[in-house]
Design a protein around this ligand. Structure first.
Ligand code: URA
Length: 207
């Protein structure tokens, strides 16, 4: 499985703000939005462009646009904080939703909602979830997408644990990971270490 870890000083500074326990909810959301832009730039680096003719005030020239805007799929609740930034950069993108809670005892994903197009064949899909921890939620999302025919899936995650990366690789699904960091591992509560805590609580406050 291809993993692209973004190596950029601006990404590192934004990730530092998000990791810092003193960062309040508002500043965390702002940093997540800005870092999402960088991750989306990286994810689109090799995306095919469609050429077309435009006129500048001076001459006719070739313009370019994304040949196929991806479907954006934020995983609720934490992925909500990534969708606006991604959609601003890719205004033609459609947006689907997957809702997955986490059982705090078993650490297993508990799906509660899905709203996706029926046919994803031939369509690139970007799954937006800040944290790739055990990989359980992402694997569930991959199953939903693959069942609809998706074969070109990119997971956009702020922080990944090696356990989550391994789970994706073992899933057998065609998926690429774009992330700002692969951290040390998981603690006994399946939180990423050093990580940044609960990405939903850090954005929206504790439940
Ligand atoms: N989900 C989070 O929000 N944070 C973690 O560290 C792991 C899963």
């Amino acid at each position: 499985m291809r993993t692209d870890t973004v190596d950029h000083p601006l990404a590192a500074a934004l990730l530092t703000t998000m990791r810092d326990a003193r960062t309040d909810n508002s500043a965390f959301r702002t940093a997540l939005r800005d870092l999402t832009r960088i991750l989306i730039y990286e994810a689109l680096r090799d995306a095919p462009a469609q050429r077309f003719e435009i006129s500048t005030p001076v001459a006719v020239t070739q313009g370019a646009r994304l040949a196929q805007p991806p479907l954006l799929v934020p995983v609720l609740r934490a992925g909500l904080g990534m969708v606006d930034a991604a959609a601003e950069l890719i205004p033609d993108a459609r947006v689907g939703f997957v809702g997955i809670a986490r059982d705090e005892q078993t650490h297993q994903p508990v799906p509660y909602m899905e709203s996706l197009p029926d046919d994803l064949a031939g369509l690139p899909v970007y799954v937006l979830d800040p944290m790739l921890a055990t990989g359980g939620s992402m694997r569930h999302t991959l199953e939903l997408l693959a069942a609809r025919g998706a074969t070109d899936i990119t997971a956009i995650c702020v922080v990944a644990a090696p356990e989550g990366v391994a789970a994706l690789a073992a899933s057998g699904h065609p998926v690429r990971l774009v992330t700002a960091a692969v951290d040390e591992g998981l603690n006994e509560n399946a939180y990423i270490v050093p990580g940044l805590g609960d990405a939903g609580d850090r954005q929206f406050g504790p439940r």
